[in-house]
Design a protein around this ligand. Structure first.
Ligand code: NAD
Length: 446
């Protein structure tokens, strides 16, 4: 069966799945459309002189999905797949993620369509500076605050800060971007924050007793797809907590080791060769092989649309924690649920990055430097709180199913009955419910 893999269409399906459970949104079409539509879409054309002296033209995007709960917040990615629909979807997920984490931001995202792996450092610097100059005051410390995402890092964030601050002399521009280097207003723990957040989320979820046969990470067999910022740190953090890492992967392939791999050796091999493939003590698989191995926990940490109708039936992990944004399609969600596989969704599980970005923003506004313990403990509290909220919301939704079904049939006579909500639907219900409450409190201007 063909599946619509357009990320924005997927975000819409997720939104529609949540609506029947968000009080007063059922049947209130106007409000729902307002909550889903992006506030602002900026497209810029970027001429850049390449190392060979030729001018190449790149396309850049910045989408603010919502500033209802605060300034836009969301990463900038450099990737060939970047287009308007992808950026719109990622910005929408950021609105929900920030609402669920209960931090005072809306949602935004940006990107440049390019193959960053084939660009030199200097070319990436020129693209970044031209992009930020072209965006001008579409970003700002109190309007829209970028951060790292795929193929952008602390160095990219330093160039973003520098470019913006050159255009805004005499003001404190540090809070315009997060994920900066430590020597430039960055916060300790930002680079590991996404992976640590995934860890805290799984730890808390397992402790809730909702997964049969496992209540701790100690001894769990873990497979990770993607070995960049999110995936690589996840391998180390889970290993340090007693997990056995049985597979990792990157764009070139998977490194498989059913008895457990040596994470430090894989990291050294990746640094030396550019890939995890061929790391000592591992066998080679294709890039998606890591998704399908026997394990207790699967962490997709690469990109969208990796668990689809095509491979959902072959996923063997009973628990999936999404470090990547949008790795599982709505069709795959249904298959996984039918097979009893639990998914901790992206907007819950990978919120650690934006939560620590929020701490960095606060730190920059107050000209302070937070301690590592304070960062980790505050992150833990935020993730535990949102995990508890999603678990409780799902329990409440399941207990109320007869009422929801009756209300649904009353509003949409003849509609397909609602299926039992999974944690993705519960997370979206909490998030959309919060954005709706804020919108109602503010009202429609004028
Ligand atoms: P990154 O660029 O540092 O790493 C991406 C990794 O994924 C690389 O190892 C790459 O080789 C691998 N990869 C890409 N396509 C693949 C494929 N088809 N199969 C296997 N491996 C593949 O990016 P990142 O910052 O780690 O982001 C990864 C995901 O996590 C993205 O979905 C991103 O939006 C999400 N995320 C990142 C952060 C963050 O703070 N960096 C926060 C939240 C969510």
């Amino acid at each position: 069966m063909a599946e619509d893999l357009n990320p924005h269409a997927i975000a819409r399906t997720q939104f529609d799945n949540a609506l029947p459970y968000v009080d007063s949104l059922v049947g209130w079409k106007g409000m729902a459309e307002w909550l889903f539509a992006p506030e602002k879409i900026v497209t810029v054309t970027l001429p850049v002189v390449m190392d060979d002296g030729l001018v190449r033209t790149f396309q850049g995007y910045r989408v603010i999905h919502s500033t209802g709960r605060g300034p836009g917040k969301g990463g900038i990615r450099f990737h060939p797949s970047v287009d308007e629909d992808e950026v719109k979807a990622l910005a929408t997920w950021m609105t929900w993620k920030c609402a669920l984490a209960d931090i005072p931001f809306g949602g935004a995202k940006g990107g440049v369509t390019c193959d960053a792996a084939k660009l030199s450092l200097e070319e990436r610097r020129r693209i970044t500076r031209r992009f930020i100059a072209a965006l001008g005051d579409n970003i700002g410390p109190h309007t829209d605050v970028p951060a790292p995402d795929m193929y952008t890092d602390a160095q990219t964030m330093a160039w973003i800060y520098d470019t913006y601050s050159m255009m805004h002399r005499g003001t404190n521009s540090l809070p315009v971007v997060t994920g900066k280097p430590l020597d430039l207003g960055g916060i300790v723990g930002r680079s590991t924050a996404t992976a640590r957040g995934v860890f805290f989320c799984t730890e808390r979820f397992l402790a809730s007793g909702r997964l049969p046969k496992r209540s701790t990470i100690d001894g769990a067999r873990v497979a990770i797809q993607g070995f960049g910022n999110a995936g690589r740190h996840a391998a180390t953090i889970y290993r340090d907590a007693g997990a056995v890492i049985v597979a990792v992967s990157d764009t070139r392939g998977s490194a498989l080791a059913p008895q457990g791999l040596d994470v430090d050796a894989v990291c050294a091999h990746k640094d030396a060769s550019g890939s995890v493939v061929g790391a000592p003590g591992t066998t080679k698989g294709d890039p998606r092989a890591a998704l399908e191995v026997e394990c207790d926990l699967l962490i997709p940490a690469a990109m969208e649309n990796q668990i689809t109708l095509e491979n959902a039936a072959r996923i063997k992990a009973p628990l999936v924690a999404e470090a990547a944004n949008g790795p599982t399609t709505p069709g795959a969600d249904v298959v996984l649920a039918e097979r009893g596989i639990t998914v901790l969704p992206d907007i819950l599980a990978n919120a650690g990055g934006v939560i620590v970005s929020y701490f960095e923003w606060v730190q920059n506004l107050q000209n302070e430097q937070w301690e590592a313990d304070h960062v980790d403990e505050s992150l833990r509290k935020h993730i535990y709180r949102s995990t508890d909220a999603v678990v409780a919301k799902r329990d409440e939704m399941i207990a109320g199913m007869p009422t929801y079904q009756a209300r649904w049939q009353e509003m949409r006579p003849g509609a397909t009955p609602l299926r039992n909500p999974d944690y993705r639907i519960a997370a979206a219900v909490v998030a959309v419910g919060r954005t709706k409450a804020t919108a109602e409190a503010r009202g429609v201007w004028p």
